[in-house]
Design a protein around this ligand. Sequence first.
Ligand code: C2E
Ligand code: CA
Ligand code: CA
Length: 245
Amino acid sequence: PNEELFLKYQPIYDLKGAGLKGFEALVRWNHPELGVIGPNEFISVAEDTGLIVDLGVWVLQTACKQLEVWSSVADSRELTLSINISAKHFSQPDLVRTFRNTLKGSGIPEGRLNIEITETAIMENPESALNKLNALKRMGLRISVDDFGTGYSSLAYLQRLPVDILKLDRYFIRQMAQDKQSLEIVRAVIVLGHSLGLSVVAEGVETQDQCEWLKAMDCDLGQGFLFNRPLDLIVADQLVMDEVS
Ligand code: C2E
Ligand code: CA
Ligand code: CA
């Protein structure tokens, strides 16, 4: 079944003018009868059946290989690649070992592989999450808290966690123009992130207006349809090549 999986790569840009920062890997399933299916339609089933662990390992291995390639052709750009880890996968006792085995011998420079975990997954078991994240950090990974603002993060924990990046959920970005409260949440998360020494990524940036608002509020990074849709490998590869040519 692994042959039916593939990754799309969505660019993440520096909103402060430094250009392409890296990519987020987003999994797709090329189903023999149904065609290409998005993760919202199969991740929860994969979690229920336990297949999510195999899927997560496949994503990790595939992303590592790709990041190795990009690191070697465009080393000076220090491009990052982010992968999503599901709550169920993150809760596995052997998660850290799996990462260690996969990363062993890989030529990925420190700080380039980024893992995205939702605040809900972290808060399910904050003490265990703290240990795991610390171990992953020691392997040179960077940690993003995904869908930030939609869960119930304890700020006390957030401060203790070895987190590098907050990812503002696209819900807030979409609402920003219509409702003042969402705008204020976006502003508050950016301030909070910066006061904790973290970078803030806005996801789901679709309009130039949203982008301008985010820049005005000092948001660090952005991704969304305004810049690019999630791209096929061949197109993402070309973007990387353009960076070095
Ligand atoms: P996410 O981590 O919040 O990823 C962002 C989702 O927003 C992606 O949907 C992306 O295609 C979509 N998106 C990006 N920019 C825009 C925009 O400007 N407008 C709109 N409307 N949408 C935008 P996708 O690829 O369908 O993924 C959905 C969710 O599935 C992801 O949400 C993530 O939670 C999960 N997922 C994706 N890939 C993986 C994976 O490899 N492993 C695991 N465990 N979960 C994954
Ligand atoms: Ca994500
Ligand atoms: Ca999200």
